[in-house]
Design a protein around this ligand. Sequence first.
Ligand SMILES: [Zn+2]
Length: 166
Amino acid sequence: MGLFDALFRSSEVLGIAEETLEFAIESSEATHPNEYMGFLRGTEASELGLERDGLVITDILVMPGTEANSVSATVKTSTIPNDVKALGSVHSHPNGVLRPSPADLESFGRGSVHIIIGAPYRYRDWKAFDSSGQPQTLNVIDVDLPDSESFFDFTQADIDEELREW
Ligand SMILES: [Zn+2]
């Protein structure tokens, strides 16, 4: 199994937790004028008290080694742990354009949900796209996230810990 096959798995994505979306928008605003970028991870809906099969996007993993500047944010692929399963990606467009760039389209091939958040970072300043760059509907789900304080506070140690578990 190649790196990207391991990184991205296909499962039905029911939507994104409202809290997670708000976090991504706030992070994008905080990162402005640089570009914010992370990978989306999910939690089984049943673990969140929803009587549905599928996954809810609940985590954003910002990789160590992300190089951010106002033109683009790229991730050094060598720093992506093999076993971190991502549903897709999120990144910001400080110029406010809510459509994928040609470079985005190339990177969207893996993962099923790709979110672009644009300046001025209001609640509705985002769009979701599929792997071919077509707009798609992404539900925003109001769920209580367990352990939300440590949830987004990923450090290299956390990632190492997770890798050991796998
Ligand atoms: Zn982009």
